[in-house]
Structure formats: C-alpha cells, structure tokens
Ligand binder design. Structure first.
Ligand code: SF4
Length: 555
C-alpha cells in the first residue's frame, strides 16, 4: 500500500480534461515532511481542483505516477514542474529531483521542449536570488490569487511552444518573477551590486510581492497518519505578526497582520477537520494575538471536543494566562514554546520586543498554575547592539524563572542572529562573537541545572549566506552539493571560486551600507526601504556607546 492510500482528503479533486496541463508539483524532501507543510498541501489542492491541470506529486522518496520528461516534446510530457521551497538546504534535493526528471539545473540550458520550472514558498519569497539561475519562474508572496493567475496566464501562451515567449508573457503578471529577464551587474566580479535591471523594455523593473487580503485563511486539505505530525489537521489562525521585532522575517515579510474570521472561516474549518481526526494544530506567527482568541479557546473547551489534542504554533509571552495553560494541558499539551530573545530588557527595546522580565516570570507562574509541565524559551545571541552584560542578564533571568516557578521544566533554546531581507536588520552582518556567547551560556546554564539547547553557530552562518546571497552564489551552491553541507564545505567552495565571487565574510559578517543595492532590490516587499531605515535608526538610537561602531552617518 502506498503512502497516498492513507490520505483522507478534505477537498474534491477535479477530473482533468483531456487537454489539461501535465504538471509535476514537488516537495524537495521526504513525503512525511512535505505532507506536513500546509503551504504544500494548499498549492497541491489548488492545482488538483482545476480541471485544466493534471497534477502529480513528487517527493524525494515517493511519487504519484509522473508524466515523462523529454528534451524533445512528446505528448503528455510535463509542461510545468513546481517546487514548494521551505527549508534552505533542500536546494540539493531540488537539484537531485531536476536531474531525476532529466531537466538541466540551469534555466539557461533548458530548451523549448523542457517544462517550465517554477517555485514558491518562504525561502524564495524571502530572497530568490541565490536560486535565480535554477528557476524559470518564481512566485512571490501569498499563493491565494497568484497561483491561479499564473496558471491562467500560462494557458494563454502554452500553445506558442516558444519558451522565451511564454516567459515574457508570464513576467507581466503581478508577483510572477522571471529571473532570466533581469540582468545584475557588479562593481567587479567580487564587488558589490551595481545595478539590477530588466534586460529589455516591456519587462516590469520591479516585482511586487503579492499579499492576500481576505479573511479566510488556509486549512489542511489532507490528513494522514504518515505526516510528521501524525494525523494533524492544521488551521491558519493569523498571518504575519503585528509586533514587528526588528529582526523578524515572519512579521516584516508578510505584513500586514491578518486574522481569520472566527465565525466565517475558523470554526467551520475546525468542524470540518475534526470530522476526520482529533488532532488540531493552530498555526500562525502569533496565534494568541487573534482578537477573538479567548472565544476560540471557549469554543474548543466544549465537552464534544474533550478528546481533541491541541497544538499551538506560537504563543506570545504576555498572552500566557492560567486559562490558556489550563485549556492546553487539558488537551494533551505538556509544554509551550515562547520567544523571549534575551534576558535583557534593554536589548529587547533595541529589537522592538515589547516585553518585560516581569511578564516573562508571570507567564511561567501561569503556565505552572494551569497544569503545564514545562516551558521552552527561545532566545538569540549576537543580536545587533548586544553586549556581554546582556548575555549575563539572560542567565540571571533563567535563574529567577527557576525560583518563581519551581518544578516547571525550563529549557532555553538559543540561536544566533541571522540577518533577513525586508527587515530593518537586513543590513547587519552575523556577529562572530556569537559563537563564544553560545558556549558561555551553555557553561553557565548547565552548571545551574537549566536545560540549554544551542543551535549550531555554523548553521547560522550558512543561513545568513543564503539569506543575503546574490546570483553569484549559484556556482557555489552547485559545488557545495558535491562537497557536502558543512560550513567547511562552503569554505572550500569559496576558496575554489576566489576572485570570481565575493568572500564568505562579505555575505555573512559585513554590515552593509543602507545605500547599497541589495540582492532583492527589484522586489517590492511590504514596507519601503525608507521605512526600514527609520526602524533601523530607532534601534541605533538605543545602542550602547560601546557597540556604536556602526551608524547611519558612516554610510
Ligand atoms: S513576536 Fe515573534 S513573530 Fe512577532 S514579530 Fe516578534 S519575533 Fe516575530
């Protein structure tokens, strides 16, 4: 029995017309990971509900029956091959899948008979440029209207048979980015970016990331025991986050904050999902900030839902009430994760996290009183403006928490600050001192009996490279595929390409000037760069003098 036989569908796939567009929609990881991605589920269902598309799914371990690719056009061979790209290092799996389909990795080497390779998802929406050479089309932003607009536009040109004609037509659709139609020039091979411009007239100079503004958000289209979260039914409660912590991609890239209507969308979706499973996941960057979250909790507390297991993606610290903790513990949740970023209130002001230490301590007290067994706090080191004293305050805060809620299991997960596009901190590099700070925290917290779980510093360096990368990285990504995905492999690839592309330091550790042309300069995000600079200046105004080695006047 295949994994697909275990699926319970919550939508009705259409019967494809005889002339439907043969399409492969891939997730560049195993089935169990891909089918747990709400984004993948939604795009697949959207395609499957269209009678003019014949879609087959492809994962790294299994696939549905696929149309055969060919470099000479044969009837029934795929015309579109799409990827949902949500984890950076999955790019090697994209390469493998393209090769398994006999499709050249580089868009420039594909001919009229090859399918168009399109991609979307959080990695590409944040910064498509390191992957620009591998995709013919990149869909930027919310898929709700964008995907249908893309397919409708494709239908208008599919019979032309000429790849260049199709791409030029698609590039006119808002949110559809065709990288090969833009030329990037540099101040020398290993210098900064000089310009990013369309290669010919008629191609829009800027591409607007698409924002869906409806109040019906997404919900699972399939439930299966083979998902990484077995049998989970996921509902998106909110999109984006109104807090705007200055490093946060989940907020800045997806603004404005939108909420699903409770009566019109959330409750009907939950009722539908709970007819096939009793495991419910509430998703969103800041679920508890839904204005009717209390009502939703009351709704889920009805006796008919007593056996429902509830998971909440993210809880804002000052919304951890005793009532929330009680509802969660009654519904089989033992612990919650909350992001506090640091024990230093001053640092939280720099990053615009409106949260006091007293509120954090109260959250722990409430969690314990409500019957939860543990809290996982989430922090960062290397945040711009951070001093050694701030890191010490994190240790102090954890000790205070231990005293305030004895018996509650406390964990501190900690990563390194990574700059993200379209945020006010996009210009800052990764602070190399973060590595030592993680080690120091580990020593201090473990000796005090606090479970400390650092994320790899090296992994943060690779994330930053991809986060701030430009098109010159495509050669490097192909090399690292052969060398492996350790930081050592990336350094080896940089050495091999020395003189042809900038050094690793340029991408990862250097603070960039606010006037610089960034790799995503031609992509319009939710806020204009001038607003991001204002938010950056607000942060700089709060920097301690000792850390003020970087100011807007310098640039
Ligand atoms: S509260 Fe969390 S999700 Fe919201 S902006 Fe801050 S870090 Fe991002």
């Amino acid at each position: 029995m295949t994994v697909f036989a275990s699926e319970r569908l919550l939508f009705k796939p259409a019967s494809p017309h005889t002339d439907a567009i043969p399409t492969i929609f891939a997730f560049p990881n195993e089935y169990t990971v891909g089918i747990t991605s709400l984004g993948y589920q939604i795009v697949w269902a959207t395609l499957a509900m269209r009678p003019d598309v014949q879609v087959s799914r492809l994962f790294t371990d299994v696939s549905e029956s696929l149309p055969r690719c060919s470099s000479s056009r044969i009837a029934g061979s795929p015309e579109l091959v799409g990827f949902s790209f949500s984890w950076e290092l999955d790019y090697t799996n994209i390469f493998n899948l393209l090769e398994s389909l006999d499709i050249p990795l580089d868009s420039a080497r594909r001919n009229d008979n090859h399918p168009l390779v399109f991609g979307g998802g959080p990695v590409l929406t944040a910064n498509p440029e390191p992957f620009a050479d591998f995709f013919d089309v990149i869909l930027l932003g919310d898929g709700e209207n964008l995907l249908d607009n893309f397919i409708d536009a494709y239908k208008q040109v599919r019979k032309s048979g000429v790849r260049a004609t199709k791409l030029r037509h698609l590039a006119q659709i808002p949110g559809v980015y065709v990288p090969s139609l833009y030329a990037v020039t540099y101040h020398g091979k290993d210098g900064t970016i000089k310009s990013i411009e369309p290669i010919e007239s008629g191609i829009p100079p800027l591409i607007q990331k698409q924002t869906y503004r409806g109040n019906t958000l997404s919900a699972s289209t399939v439930v299966t025991e083979k998902a990484a979260w077995e049998n989970i039914y996921m509902v998106e409660v909110v999109r984006s986050c109104p807090e705007m912590c200055r490093f946060c991609l989940a907020s800045y890239l997806t603004l404005p904050f939108r909420t699903a209507s409770l009566e019109g969308s959330l409750i009907p979706a939950i009722e539908k999902g709970l007819t096939v499973t009793n495991r419910l996941g509430l998703l969103g960057a800041s679920v508890t900030q839904h204005p009717e979250f209390e009502t939703l909790l009351d709704y889920l507390s009805q006796p008919k839902y007593d056996n429902v297991r509830l998971s909440i993606a993210s809880v804002r610290t000052n919304t951890v009430t005793e009532k929330l903790a009680k509802t969660l513990s009654q519904k089989d949740t033992r612990s919650i994760t909350i992001a506090v970023e640091s024990g230093s209130e001053r640092l939280r002001q720099i990053i615009n996290k409106k949260l006091s230490n007293d509120e954090i301590i109260q959250a722990a007290i409430n969690a314990k009183a409500g019957g939860l067994k543990g809290i996982k706090f989430y922090g960062m080191v290397g945040v711009p403006g951070e001093t050694g004293e701030d890191v010490e305050q994190t240790v102090e805060m954890m000790q205070e928490l231990k005293k305030a809620a004895p018996g509650l299991r406390l964990t501190l997960g900690c990563s390194t600050f990574v700059p993200k596009s379209h945020t006010p901190f996009q210009w800052f590099g990764v602070n190399p001192e973060a590595k030592q700070r993680l080690k120091w925290l580990e020593k201090q917290l473990r000796s005090r009996g606090i479970d400390f779980r650092p994320e790899s510093y090296n992994w943060s360096v690779i994330q930053a490279l991809i986060s701030r990368g430009d098109r010159r990285l495509s050669q490097l990504l192909k090399l690292t595929r052969e060398y492996g995905d350790s930081l050592g492999s990336y350094k080896r690839a940089f050495k091999q390409l020395r003189g042809q592309i900038p050094e690793l330091d340029y991408y990862v550790h250097t603070d960039w000037q606010t006037e610089a042309i960034l790799p995503w300069h031609h992509i319009i995000g939710p806020l204009p760069p001038t607003t991001l600079v204002k938010h950056l200046q607000d942060a700089l105004d709060r920097f301690p003098a000792s850390e003020l080695n970087w100011s807007l006047e310098d640039v």
